[in-house]
Structure formats: C-alpha cells, structure tokens
Ligand binder design. Sequence first.
Ligand SMILES: Cc1cc2nc3c(=O)[nH]c(=O)nc-3n(C[C@H](O)[C@H](O)[C@H](O)COP(=O)(O)OP(=O)(O)OC[C@H]3O[C@@H](n4cnc5c(N)ncnc54)[C@H](O)[C@@H]3O)c2cc1C
Ligand code: SF4
Length: 516
Amino acid sequence: MGIDPARPALLEGTAPRNVFTRRDHHGDSVLDADVVVIGSGAGGATIAAELAEAGFDVIVLEEGSYYQTRDFTADTSAMVRQLYRDGGATMALGSPPILYQEGRAVGGSTVINGGMSWRTPDKVLARWDRELGLSGIARELEPCFERVERRIHTAPMDPEAIGNDNLLLKQGADAKGWKLIGNLRNQAHCAGSNRCAFGCPTGAKQSALVSYVPRALHYGARIYADVHVDHITRHGKRATGVYGRVSGSGHRITVRARLVVAACGAIHTPALLVRSGFRSPSGQLGKNLSMHPNVKVVAIFDEDVTGWKGAHQAFQVREFQDQGLLFAAVNMPPSILAMSFPQRGAQLGQLMQHYDRMVLAGMLCEDTTTGRVRTINGQPQAFYQLAEADAANLKRGVVLLSELLFAAGAKRILLPFHGAGDLYGPDDARRLLNRDIPARGWEVVTVHMMGTARMGTDRTAAVTSSFGQVHDADRLMVADASLFPTPIGVNPMETIMALATRAAGHVIDNATRFLS
Ligand SMILES: Cc1cc2nc3c(=O)[nH]c(=O)nc-3n(C[C@H](O)[C@H](O)[C@H](O)COP(=O)(O)OP(=O)(O)OC[C@H]3O[C@@H](n4cnc5c(N)ncnc54)[C@H](O)[C@@H]3O)c2cc1C
Ligand code: SF4
C-alpha cells in the first residue's frame, strides 16, 4: 500500500464542541460576539478564558490548527512543520541575523515551549512602577500570578523526571559554588520525555492548549482554528470586529464584536494593527523589540549522558542574573542539533556519533538594545542588530558556562561562533576573553520576542495603557508579549498570562463601558 502524500503529518483528531476547524466551513460566514480575541497563545487563551468565565460571549480566531495531546508524536520534523510558524526558520535581519521561533497552533507558542514559569522579577516590576508610570503594578499583579499558577499548575519538577544533562549542569554549578535553582514549570508530574518543544505527548505540560483553552470552551467560548485574521474593522477610532480567511478554502469569516483583542504575539500584533490602519501617536508601534538573545555550547563528555532522557530544563544557573545571564541545559533531538553544526558529510556523522555523550547548554542574555518590526506589504519583518555590548556579555557568558561544564567533567566544548576552534579545558575557555569576536560572528537564536506595542500611561511614549487598551483607539486591546515596556530577564510566559488576567479583570470591572 502506498503512502498518501496528502495525509496530514499529525492526526488532527475530532475537535470538541465549540472548536471549529477548516473542515467546518462551507462558505463565508458572519458571526457576532461580545469579544473577539485574535490568537490563542499565552495572552489570547488566558484573556479568552477569563472573559468567558465572567459571562462574556467570546470568539477566538487562531491561524494555526487544532491538535490534541494524542497528535504529538516523536516525528520531530512533522511536529516542527505543523506547530512552528515557517517551520521554525524565521529570521530577524541584522548582522548576525537572528533565527527566532513562534508557535502557530491552538495554544500558540505555549504548545512548543519549555514550560519554565517565572513571575516577573521584583526589580523589573519596581522599575515599571517607578520609571514608567505603571504605578501599583507589582501589587496588582500579585493575585494574577497566583491565579495563573493555579490554572497552569506551576510546580517544581518531580526528581525522577530530571535527566543526567541537567544533573551535570548542577554538578558543575555546585563545583563552582554558583547559585542554581530548580525550575518551576507548568506541569503535573512531567514524565521527562523531553518533547516539550514538539508538543507534550503525555499532556503533563499545562500549555494553554490543555489549561486555558478547555476552560474557555467550558464557559462557552468558540474557537475557530485555521483562520488568519487579515484586518481589524473600524468605525472611526472604534474597533468593530475583524475579518479573516480560512486556510485552504479561503472562505471569508467576519466577526462583529464590541471589543477586539489582538494577541498574535510580539511579531504579528504590530503588523495586524498597522495593516488595519491604526497608528500610535507615540511612534512606538513595532519598535522596542527585545529578543533575549540565546546561544548554545555543546559539551562532550567521556561517558554516556543520554541527555534526551529527562525534562526539558530542570535547573537554571542564576549566579549571573544581575549581569543579565541565565544558563540551562537544553537537549535537542539529533536531527535538529545536526543542522546547527557547520560540519557536513562524514565529519558530521563522526561528530553525531557522540550524541549520547553530549550536553547542550544554553545561555539567555538580557539585551541592552532593541530592534523593530516593520510591516512590509502587510507582513511583519523583524530587524534587530545585536549590540557589541551584548556580544561582549555573550562572550563572557560562554566562558563562564564552559568553565562550569569543564568543572562537571566535560572533555571538549564546541562553540557558537564562526571559525572558533573547540575548547579542551578551562584555560582555553578563559583565553577566549582576549579574543575579538565581533557581534556578526555569533550564532544567535531566540524564542522570547517582546515589547512592540509597549504599555505605559504616557500616550506620547507608549502604544497601550497598562491594561493593554490601545491609546487613541476605542474597544481595541493588546494582550500578549508585545506589551512589555522593557525586557524582563527571565522566561516571559507567566508575565504575559498575568498581564492578560489583569486586563480581563479590568474589562470585567468595566463591563458596561466595554459592552455598550
Ligand atoms: C520553543 C519555545 C520555547 C519557549 N520556552 C519558554 C519557557 O520555557 N518559558 C517561558 O516563559 N516562555 C517560553 N517561550 C516563550 C513563550 O512561549 C512566549 O513568549 C509566549 O507564548 C508568547 O505569548 P503570546 O501570547 O505573545 O504569543 P503566542 O503564544 O505565540 O500566541 C500567538 C498566537 O497568535 C496566532 N496568530 C498570529 N497572527 C495571527 C493572525 N493574523 N490571525 C490569527 N492568529 C494569529 C499565532 O498562530 C499564535 O498561535 C518559548 C517559546 C518557544 C517558541
Ligand atoms: S518532558 Fe515532561 S512536559 Fe516535556 S514533553 Fe515530556 S512529559 Fe511533557
């Protein structure tokens, strides 16, 4: 029997009542709702569930498809094709270009994220409060964090789900006397299968797909998957709804709503607002793009590490957090790792024979500069130039991380910049400090894009209010990573969810104004 090439890579199963997919559309449709939410990720799913629970009639439109836990398999390339926008290969232009990744599915990037669940650091909230006029935000977010953590089950890892690569990271940090903390993750008895970035096959990870989305559905929200929203409709400054197209058929779907919430993520929300004709007098729409640059090193040990067993990131090294640096051990499947090496052919084969003895360690660097998202022919294009100061911090981080890995017993370390020789001991690592590595030489990736519709009370400096209401527009809100006025230095999912919870509370408290 031949293989049907048209068969979808994932088994898109039967959807629950109130989830509509491309197969449910047989022509153009016009729908009415109190609230239409565009995007179903960390921000969109949260605000949709909170508003539905409060009795609002909510429609969510999501460009990606609807998959369920049983659809998530070990076929990495199929998962990447289905769950990642552009197969995970989108670039921010600059020197070096920065590869970034976003989810595109019901549940958004939470379906493919690592599950690290951190509150916004106190010092960041203090700064937002003091310098950016977001007074009282720390106090107001406190109950939102508690609520989010209950909904997504933020919890420490079960020890048996922690893999050897992470235990080696801990061993190295302990040997150096550096601060390391156990990760809080949105999981319930994670089985340590290390597939978080390709859809959790056990359902242990409490992504929006298995937490906020079912909650929203339970309270009557309708979710339309496979719908790309082209445009927000408006009457003067007032948003009146949206229209979009169903993927595959091109059927048009129009939603008339009293409140429109853009939650497409920090790259797509500014483009949607711009192509819908909204302008911000602040001039900040699309600007202020933080990327939390991420580089990796690969350490090879003498003994088997089997880094593919155990949860995606069980610890974070926080010793250098004040200097904007976080370290973690992050395993990748062989097919993805092999693509990231410069070697090819037999040389690559030889290197990959060490796969079982490798520890992949990643470093997040808080950036001191920002880029921007431009909307070109209606589509977003990110531009970001890695600052020389941040490249210098990356170099320092690579040296420190390599020292840690050698302290854990690594024999050889492969580096993330062009033309680098391998390291064979801590002295080699320290010698890097004297080496000139220009910003353009780094291999940088990111999964944390933020800030392109920054919130703030001053409408001449910010795109939205602290609740995400777009300044100088009516009935239009933003509820996603675009809102961050500054980088936050830690993984952003919980901050996004807490801001969306707070925004929902504001709408609920002012329901008559929003529903009139
Ligand atoms: C691989 C990976 C690992 C990560 N690991 C972590 C982690 O461990 N911890 C953490 O805190 N953060 C992590 N993150 C980041 C975190 O998941 C994101 O910051 C967060 O999900 C962003 O939330 P959001 O609501 O802004 O956007 P998203 O969650 O990306 O949701 C946006 C949704 O909008 C949809 N959309 C966009 N445009 C349109 C349109 N025009 N019409 C209809 N729908 C549209 C998209 O398809 C998408 O589903 C990770 C991200 C990735 C990609
Ligand atoms: S490691 Fe845990 S959370 Fe990640 S995919 Fe496996 S079971 Fe799910």
